[in-house]
Design a protein around this ligand. Structure first.
Ligand SMILES: NC(=O)c1ccc[n+]([C@@H]2O[C@H](COP(=O)([O-])OP(=O)(O)OC[C@H]3O[C@@H](n4cnc5c(N)ncnc54)[C@H](O)[C@@H]3O)[C@@H](O)[C@H]2O)c1
Length: 418
């Protein structure tokens, strides 16, 4: 196996038998073993690595802006470097999530042009979405079916045979590359719209004095109901982004639900800020501690984190923001322009705490150490308010009823959301 990256530091780390990715249980050990056994080496020379390979898997990121406008620069660069090394009969598989039609319409012509090979004759090309969840990649690789669709039947067959030879999971062929591309966009759109539905219903329930968390748990005892956990919004480079690949490719009257889902989920930051503002009697001059800056718990990744919209919104309302995230070095958070708390053993005096990403480290927080704390806003709905008994602060969340400091609301399990 040859790993290719344009970043020389990534290459030298792998060649030294270490993983450059943290927070992935078991990865360091596997990289060490595989490199030591001579079964993995890394290089920055894409052309040479491709020349020496019968199968090439490409998973470079697409850069997208907040409106999900796609910048194909990385992918085009990688594709043209791959093309230069391609030998006849090579199988190329793209795993980067792509708008429908990209594999056939953009990547196939680029590979043909750069290599002189021809799809359907001596070049095989397929798409297979990466569906794993950061932090438990090995588990997910072993249990989620690998979806594979080629630009022609021979490509599908070869890609299926390749994955069957390396994965324990089911490998499921679909009709073509477009179906495989759409599979990933459909599953992420499902998540986004269902989180939006949970948020919408939670707000409806809250206004009527009904505990949505309890109602959702009860509703989910019916097997057709899978209501998700309401939250302050959806972050990361998957769920909020991929529905927009579909929206961007749609006529104005198509996919209204996807458009509304995005609007609803992005609107939850305002709901949180308004609840805090009301509970504190105005945010002006108040100190708010944001816990967890990653887009979700236990993953070091800032991309499209709700924190990036929440912090400026609170600042615009006049609050002083301090923040904590054990996964980042302070220098990695410079761009946020907030004061950082190095550790929570001696918490600073704050008016409110917002749980933005519920990292493991927060599970056993001693809330009684927060002097002056008046409000806990649980942006992920993860705390059990009954565990806060005796803490002189109001518990708020998107779903919870505001019942003051000792909130008698009982939390039951609802589907996890990112
Ligand atoms: N991380 C996940 O959990 C996840 C889940 C589902 C799907 N994906 C898909 O995987 C893609 C990549 O995600 P990631 O988390 O690995 O991204 P990443 O940013 O962590 O890593 C991408 C790597 O690609 C390298 N790179 C960029 N341009 C290159 C080029 N031209 N040639 C060779 N290497 C190049 C970068 O240096 C970087 O090391 C995403 O865009 C997404 O489509 C990721």
């Amino acid at each position: 196996m040859i790993g290719v990256d344009v970043n020389p530091e990534v290459v030298s780390t792998v060649n030294a038998g270490r993983s450059h990715v943290r927070e992935e249980a078991g990865l360091d050990e596997r990289v060490a073993e595989t490199v030591a056994a001579g079964r993995l080496r890394a290089t920055t020379d894409t052309g040479a690595a491709v020349k020496a390979s019968q199968v090439v898997v490409v998973i470079v990121p697409l850069h997208v802006d907040e409106q999900a406008r796609v910048d194909f620069h990385n992918l085009d660069a990688a594709t043209s470097s791959v093309a230069k090394g391609l030998q006849p009969e090579t199988l190329v598989i793209f795993e980067t999530t792509l708008p429908v039609g990209t594999t056939r319409g953009r990547l196939l012509p680029a590979l043909e042009k750069g290599s002189g090979l021809k799809g359907g004759r001596d070049l095989f090309l397929a798409f297979s979405p990466e569906r794993v969840y950061s932090g438990r990649i090995f588990q997910d690789l072993a249990r989620y079916p690998k979806i594979v669709g080629g630009v022609d039947d021979a490509s599908t067959e070869r890609a299926v045979a390749f994955y069957r030879s390396v994965l324990e999971s089911e490998v499921r062929p679909v009709a073509n590359a477009e179906t495989a591309e759409f599979t990933k966009l459909a599953e992420t759109s499902y998540r986004d719209v269902n989180i939006a539905l949970a948020n919408e219903l939670a707000l409806y329930a809250r206004r009527r004095g009904v505990d949505a968390t309890q109602a959702f748990a009860a509703a989910n005892t019916q097997p057709f109901s899978n209501l998700h956990r309401p939250s302050m919004g959806v972050g990361g480079h998957c769920i909020p982004i991929y529905p927009q690949f579909v929206i961007a490719d749609s006529a104005p009257e198509e996919v209204p639900m996807l458009r509304l889902g995005r609007k609803t989920n992005d609107g939850m930051v305002k709901v949180a800020v308004d609840q805090l503002d009301e509970a504190l009697g105005g945010l002006k001059g108040k100190t708010v501690l944001v816990l967890g800056l990653s887009y979700r718990e236990n993953v070091k990744e800032l991309a499209f984190s709700v924190a990036l919209r929440l912090i400026p919104a609170l600042q615009r309302a006049g609050a002083r923001i301090i923040a904590h995230d054990p996964l980042f070095e302070p220098s990695e958070l410079d761009s946020l322009g907030v004061e950082l708390v190095p550790d929570l053993s001696q918490p600073p005096k704050v008016d409110a705490v917002v749980i933005q990403a519920f990292h493991r480290e927060y599970e056993d927080l001693d809330w009684s150490k927060f002097s002056g704390l008046r409000v806990i806003f649980d942006g992920r709905g993860k705390l059990h308010p009954d565990e806060l008994n005796g803490i002189n602060a109001r518990y708020l969340s998107i779903a919870a009823l505001d019942r003051g400091a000792s909130g008698a609301v009982t939390r039951e399990k609802v589907s996890e959301t990112r």
